[in-house]
Ligand binder design. Structure first.
Ligand SMILES: Nc1ncnc2c1ncn2[C@@H]1O[C@H](COP(=O)(O)OP(=O)(O)OP(=O)(O)O)[C@@H](O)[C@H]1O
Ligand SMILES: [Mg+2]
Length: 192
């Protein structure tokens, strides 16, 4: 059975994308079938995996607004065992377009559930916000990994993240768990 893991922290630049890319690549290298979903309009995971994000006809944005099927934006075997649902700046429009849609919290889940068993792991890179995109990642995921940068202010905002995860678990996805935290950018002089 596949596992869906979201990499989330609303704080920017803490290593979400780096964790998503490295974790996915290592699992693929070990022979696991991996799907990476880029849920961030910055598209860093997409470009980080070597895809020209500005040349894409279909991305997760078109999938979310119903202009394409998942299969039409899926880039299969970008690397051996590693497939990608890419993103680019278009995704920043999704928030507004989803505003009045019923069931907007589950749009990605519905699509991903249909294909999850084709993979051992699905890794979702979240944007640096607690937006509807992050909520969609949290309703799709079985668990969340929280990258935390080893610096003082990292802990401010963590309670907000835990609060959001608790709310999503209570109201939208009872199966959601926190897989754990990953401390990133540790240097010997850091105090955390
Ligand atoms: N362990 C590390 N040591 C040093 N630099 C790192 C490390 N991990 C990530 N970085 C660098 O820190 C920056 C931010 O990392 P990354 O883009 O993965 O964070 P992010 O949380 O995804 O950012 P955003 O919130 O903007 O999506 C990048 O320039 C990345 O190369
Ligand atoms: Mg990122």
């Amino acid at each position: 059975m596949s596992r869906i893991i979201a990499i989330a922290n609303q704080k920017g630049g803490v290593g979400k994308t780096t964790t998503a890319i490295n974790l996915s690549s290592c699992l693929a290298e070990k022979g696991k079938k991996v799907l990476v979903i880029d849920m961030d309009p910055q598209g860093n995971t997409t470009s980080g995996l070597g895809i020209d994000k500005n040349e894409l006809e279909n991305t997760i944005y078109e999938m979310i607004i119903g202009e394409c099927l998942l299969e039409e934006c899926l880039l299969e075997n970008v690397f051996n065992n590693l497939s990608l649902i890419p993103s680019n700046v278009n995704l920043s429009g999704a928030e507004i377009e989803l505003m009045d849609i019923e069931g907007k919290e589950y749009i990605v889940r519905g699509q991903v559930n249909a294909i999850r068993d084709n993979y051992d792991f699905v890794i979702i890179d979240c944007p640096p916000s607690l937006s509807m995109l992050t909520v969609n990642a949290m309703t799709t995921a079985d668990s969340i990994i929280v990258p935390i940068q080893c610096e003082y202010y990292a802990l401010e905002g963590l309670s907000q993240l835990i609060h959001t995860i608790t709310l999503v678990k209570k109201r939208l996805n009872p199966n959601l768990n926190i897989e754990g935290v990953v401390f990133t950018m540790y240097f010997a002089r850091t105090k955390l």
